[in-house]
Design a protein around this ligand. Structure first.
Ligand code: PEP
Length: 249
């Protein structure tokens, strides 16, 4: 059975004091939910966030990591370092990492391998740009991103993979894919997985939607059969909005 997940990507927002304030508000709002709830604070606050959310029903996850075990990679963080502070899940392939930090399918494949080798769970992000959608090329782009970074994996590896479809034109723009556009793409993604790994694997992988999800549109998007939750940016910075989305399940 695939899981329903709502993950908040805080990006480069919130210093230590703001992290503590937002976590206190989140803890006040959290209640039993059908969905797994995750937050991804910035790296400097992961340890504090991890300790502040113990037994609170909120998993603290990382926004990124390097593929090397350790060594001369100034400014980077390894999977082992994340694991050593209790972080078991990492977001990889976010469009901002691809765009501003030149992450390619090849580097992402290495990061995926490094995370899986340490037993981490991955939220793997991908999505087309506006020009791809306008030219009707969105399925080719998305299919390629998935194949190039993930299709060297074994079927068993997919137990630790969550996919996040995030059309670049909908991230932080206020522009949301319609629930139908999300469903169509999620169904395509599931079929792409089924063609390679079989139906059982494809049916078990959670596929999240990301791109300007808000309390007002979450219920409709989450009601679609192949949408298993959301990766939330802007709306994750406000506890009421975030739980408005979590409670849409
Ligand atoms: C994101 O960055 O993953 C995201 C979905 O952002 P937003 O919700 O702000 O569009």
């Amino acid at each position: 059975m695939r899981k329903q997940i709502v993950a908040g990507n805080w990006k480069m927002n919130n210093d230590l004091a703001q992290t503590e304030t937002l976590i206190s508000s989140l803890k006040a709002q959290v209640k039993t939910s059908n969905a797994e709830v995750m937050i991804a604070p910035t790296a400097t606050n992961l340890w504090h966030a991890y300790n502040s959310t113990k037994n609170a029903g909120i998993e603290v996850i990382a926004q990124n990591m390097h593929f090397a075990e350790n060594g001369a990679y100034t400014g980077e963080i390894s999977a082992a370092m994340l694991k050593s502070i209790g972080i078991n899940t990492v977001i990889l392939g976010h469009s901002e990492r691809r765009e501003y930090f030149n992450e390619t399918d090849e580097t992402l494949a290495k990061k995926v391998d490094a995370a899986l080798a340490k037993g981490m769970r991955i939220i793997f992000c991908f999505g087309e740009e506006l020009a791809d959608r306008k030219s009707g090329n969105e399925e080719n782009v998305v299919g390629d991103q998935i194949k190039k970074a993930l299709f060297h994996l074994s079927a068993a590896d997919f137990q630790n993979i969550v996919l996040a479809y995030e059309p670049v034109w909908a991230i932080g723009t206020g522009e949301t894919a319609t629930a139908e556009q999300a469903q169509d793409m999620h169904a395509f993604i599931r079929k792409t997985l089924a063609d390679k790994y079989g139906n059982d694997i494809a049916e078990d992988v959670s596929i999240l939607y990301g791109g300007s999800v808000k309390p007002a549109n979450a219920e409709e998007i989450f009601s679609k059969p192949d949408v298993d939750g959301g990766l939330i940016g802007g709306a994750a910075l406000n506890a009421e909005d975030f739980f408005g989305i979590v409670n849409a399940f």
